[in-house]
Ligand binder design. Structure first.
Ligand code: FES
Length: 119
């Protein structure tokens, strides 16, 4: 799945990215939100995470990697990133990736670009 979001849903800066049914549990998909590439990961029936799609080690798309529980593995060198904190759990990546707020409204997946792990 690849989606492009260009319209704000409400005044809290959430944008609708896709329908929940567009996402398969245990897989990642890429979305473009106002030019920012986001990896959207469904980890459960009504559990969806969103992180920056670019690995912090090199310019590689994380949505092409494997989902393992609540982590996303970079396909190039194997660093895994927590979908909750954005922190890498192993080398070679040492820097976190941005984590974004996700809201489910019925069958709609909404994402807010303000990084949850940056102040
Ligand atoms: S490019 Fe992702 S771990 Fe090296």
């Amino acid at each position: 799945m690849s989606a492009e979001a260009t319209e704000l849903v409400d005044d809290a800066d959430f944008v609708r990215v896709c329908a929940l049914d567009d996402l398969t549990v245990g897989t990642a998909a890429a979305a473009d939100i106002f030019g920012t590439r986001v990896a959207v990961v469904r980890t459960g029936e009504r559990e969806v995470h969103a992180v920056n799609d670019t690995c912090s080690h090199a310019n590689v798309s994380l949505s092409e990697g494997e989902v393992d529980g609540c982590t996303l593995e970079c396909w190039l060198h194997g660093s895994r990133f927590s979908l909750v904190t954005g922190e890498p759990t192993g080398l070679p990546a040492t820097q976190p990736i941005a984590v974004y707020d996700v809201r489910l409204e019925g069958d709609d997946v909404l994402i807010r670009l303000t990084p949850e792990n940056e102040s």
